[in-house]
Design a protein around this ligand. Structure first.
Ligand SMILES: *Cc1c(COP(=O)(O)O)cnc(C)c1O
Length: 512
């Protein structure tokens, strides 16, 4: 598409070059009345007047001001944006705690199958036996991996799973006739944990980490009492370390009548090797969009199933898919004392379809191998990067390794964020920076099992070049201005957080 053509067609003469460079106009700026990229198929059911469907006070007089663009402009717009993006399909994405692994395309093929993708969630169970079977089999697979008795597939993501788990915890205590007010969380916890505890109506009790980066067992024993509803743990924790005292932790909490919640967002480190149920956990959430092959980031759909022990199963959200063994048919069932639904319909179903495809193709041995390779890769990287940065904890890690830019900062004024930005210039995605908070100037790398040793080597070499850039005077200042080779240079993160503009006003002149 040449600029001339676009102008002749009445569109705004885009000042954006085809790749990189200046700003890409929004779809609203590209919009011209009457242009269409898609048309609704002709209806094959009787039309219902809008007035019968939408209450008067919910209707608007004017249609919403949506962008009107041709298919050609739409495709070009998103293709241009995609060329300015970094993604898991492009290269290594070692963003710690996020498990940005490559997602096999086979799973997308399954999720796109007509018999799965086009089924209406309200279709009666007798027409959707295949879907119900899929959901029941996924629940069984997840219970096998976690060592739990039953699971809900409804929650939309990890944080939604956490809230579901806390509501289950609350319902369970209430059923025992107990009022408890607080939930324990280690100081290394993922940020969603304290947020979920608060949203679940509990007070957060923080326990410190010990020298080894694990829960301080003595400090834990001091805070556990009969006001504690439970503890939320992720194991391996956010430092990538396995909580070796987990059995003692479980005993301490259970003896006080509390429950153990397992934040299983990072199951990639342990699946097929050790089960949260065997460690003493009562409630487990999994991030299918991290571990089980759904691409994530950028707000796409996820799934955060919650698995529980048999004691908690009657409280699970409903309706649940079940198999009636006698008639060999599937149906929906409300658990006896359900906390109620936590998602409309049955959750993000196509994410669930991808997860079952991934689990079946790998099998138990394959899933175990995924975890083993994820841990091997993280340790390979830990040893390589330990030559460049401070190592947070001198011991083998699990699926991710935490380093620190503390020495670089002292000697050259280079912070973890500068290293991360420098890596963008090298063609890699950045690691997680400044988290976990308990490590000074943290750099958290999670290479995942899907990267080859060649890619890991290239990543380590890229880090070496970035650190060399920091060490050269007066070039050190140069790293403060990285990245230089990306479409968007260094952004002002403080401004971005303080002056958040999350809406776009499409009225002419409104955005000026
Ligand atoms: C990613 C993550 C979460 C949150 O999951 P979302 O799907 O983003 O809500 C929670 N805990 C840990 C340890 C995580 O890594």
């Amino acid at each position: 598409m040449s600029e001339g053509c676009q102008t002749a067609a009445g569109g705004r003469a885009s000042s954006a070059p085809l790749l990189g460079g200046d700003e890409e106009p929004t779809l609203f700026e590209l919009s011209r009345p009457g242009r269409r990229a898609w048309q609704l198929p002709t209806t094959d059911v009787p039309e219902v007047p809008l007035a019968d469907l939408v209450p008067a006070d919910h209707r608007r007089d004017e249609p919403p001001p949506l962008a009107e663009v041709s298919e050609r402009d739409l495709v070009a717009h998103f293709t241009r944006l995609s060329h300015r993006q970094y993604s898991v399909d492009l290269g290594a994405y070692p963003l710690g705690s996020c498990t940005m692994k490559y997602n096999p395309k086979m799973c997308d093929t399954v999720a796109g199958l007509d018999g799965l993708a086009t089924v209406h969630p309200a279709a009666p169970a007798r027409y959707t036996q295949g879907w119900l079977q899929l959901l029941v089999e996924l629940e069984q697979a997840l219970c096998a991996v976690t060592g739990m008795a039953a699971a809900t597939l409804q929650p939309a993501a990890g944080a939604a799973g956490e809230l579901t788990g806390l509501l289950l915890m609350r319902a369970w205590h209430e059923q025992q006739g107990r009022q408890r007010r607080s939930v324990i969380i280690p100081d290394s916890a993922h940020g969603t944990n304290p947020a979920s505890v608060t949203l679940g109506g509990y007070r957060v009790l923080t326990v410190p980490s010990d020298q080894r980066g694990c829960v301080d067992l003595r400090a834990l024993r001091q805070v556990v009492d009969d006001d504690v509803a439970g503890i939320m743990l992720t194991n391996p924790n956010t430092l990538g370390l396995f909580e070796r005292d987990i059995a003692a932790i479980a005993d301490a909490v259970h003896e006080a009548g509390g429950l153990l919640y397992y934040d299983g967002a990072n199951l990639n480190a342990i699946m097929g090797v050790v089960r949260p149920g065997d460690m003493g956990f009562d409630i487990v959430h999994l991030n299918l969009h991290k571990t089980f092959a759904t691409p994530h980031g950028g707000g796409g759909p996820g799934a955060g199933p919650v698995a529980v022990t048999s004691a908690l199963a009657p409280l699970l959200p409903g309706p649940r898919p079940v198999l009636d063994a006698e008639s060999a048919s599937y149906s929906w069932e409300q658990p006896a004392r359900s906390i109620g639904p936590v998602h409309s319909w049955h959750g993000n179903a196509l994410v669930l379809a991808r997860a079952l495809a991934y689990a079946l193709v790998h099998g138990a041995d394959g899933l175990r191998q995924v975890a083993q390779l994820a841990v091997l890769n993280a340790n390979w990287l830990r040893v390589q990067l330990g030559q460049l940065f401070d190592v947070a904890h001198e011991e083998p890690c699990m699926h991710e390794c935490v380093l620190s830019a503390a020495t670089l900062r002292r000697e050259h004024g280079i912070r973890a964020v500068d290293v991360a930005k420098g890596l963008l210039d090298e063609g890699f995605h950045a690691p997680t920076v400044a988290f976990p908070l308990v490590v000074e100037d943290a750099l958290m790398f999670e290479p995942t099992e899907t990267e080859s040793v060649q890619t890991l080597y290239a990543l380590a070499e890229a880090c070496r070049r970035v650190v060399a850039r920091a060490g050269v005077e007066p070039g050190a200042g140069d790293l403060h201005h990285a990245p230089r080779r990306t479409p968007v240079r260094r952004v002002d993160e403080a401004q971005a957080a303080r002056r958040l503009i999350a809406t776009f006003d499409a009225r002419p002149g409104a955005d000026a």
